[in-house]
Design a protein around this ligand. Sequence first.
Ligand code: FAD
Length: 415
Amino acid sequence: MKVVILGSSAAALSAAEEFRRHDEQSDVTLISPEEGLPYSKVLLPYVLRGKIPYQGLTIRESDYFTRLNLRYVQGEAARLEEAEHRLILKDGTVCSYDKLLIATGARASTPNIPGIQDSRVCYMRTKEDLDHMMPLLHPGARVAVIGSGFVALQAAWAARFRGLPVTVLGHRIMPSAMDEAGAEVVAQAIRDSGVELLAPVHTKSIEPGPDGGLRICLEEGLWVDADVILVGAGVKPNTEFLAGSGILVEKGIPVNGKMQTSHPDVYAAGDVAAGPTVFGEEHVLHSLWPTAVEMGRVAGGQMAGVDLPYDGSLNMNVTQMFHVTVASVGKFRQQDVDECVVLPEELGYGRLCVFGKDGVLCGATLIGGSEGVSFLGKLRPLIARHQPMTRHPQELGDYVNKQVFARNWEEGQPG
Ligand SMILES: Cc1cc2nc3c(=O)[nH]c(=O)nc-3n(C[C@H](O)[C@H](O)[C@H](O)COP(=O)(O)OP(=O)(O)OC[C@H]3O[C@@H](n4cnc5c(N)ncnc54)[C@H](O)[C@@H]3O)c2cc1C
């Protein structure tokens, strides 16, 4: 069997590894435009902050492809002829396949702002973005960040950590990673770190500044001068090469619980794919590393003929920024929940809120430290199993620990 995997990041590697666990013989080719060994995008802000060296981005050893008997082709998919099971690369190479996995991820969105096409406007999605940005962040450079989502704030924190003056121009703080009240607490942490936060504001244009820099003009009548602009405005799945292929594409590529697209021999996983969630939603884009790994694992198994169970993804995100740990799991936005229990700070978790809907646990957010992250880790399987919500904070803490204890005990019993 000929298997082609597009991409060489979280979803692609996880799929290739799972496939090889079940099938050592088939011809497996990974195709990606990237040069060099696979790396982690999650670690880009850590390199920017100087927390890890540049080489620390690499996530597989130099003998990875030979050891797993995988062929690596540096190239980019340009067109898919599904009926013929053929893929055409940008350089004209034609690849045939029996099973194809699309793990082409996503790229940084470019907002439609006049003047944004300037070499001093940077993004943080790839290693090349980091290479481009690093020399611009020299001592004294004034940094403006457009966006206040998860990645934009990581970029802002990294620039501030390097001692640079930073202004963040945003809307709602971390809409996909923090509840509304928690966002206010993060906003305060941002300000306490010496970052100027202007939110909500709307960028109108980017123009030449009076001192050779750039000037960001806001619809609110204000302006901000900067030497470097970092943009974090969300991501766009890489699906353009599928135009005319017959594969259904919506916001991403909708997939079922086997990671199959609208064509059964074509699978999709990771940031490019919209899959089922533990909450019963059919097609959701998570854009998270663990979700990409899990979807890739299922796709790899399925392509090898192994029907791995998949209960749907459950988003979980943990990061350190502005001297706090910010984490969330499941659902926590006002429109998705009808109950919130705030755990007392004396428990030592920091600000930890647990959310419920219709009497069932559905999510939690944390602004605190590592103890709270471990609590969230215990809560995660309970959310996935739709456990009932309990109202008293202490009871909730006991309940979580009891549930975990009971599960461990069950798992520990001889068969
Ligand atoms: C700065 C930053 C910080 C992040 N932090 C976190 C975090 O803390 N926690 C978390 O869970 N997630 C985080 N993420 C998100 C996480 O990195 C992504 O969810 C994850 O990388 C998705 O993996 P993927 O394999 O689906 O796609 P990607 O990592 O986007 O990789 C896509 C692959 O496809 C290749 N490709 C693209 N187009 C083509 C084509 N036409 N033909 C062939 N190959 C192609 C690319 O070169 C690449 O190899 C972060 C992302 C960024 C940018």
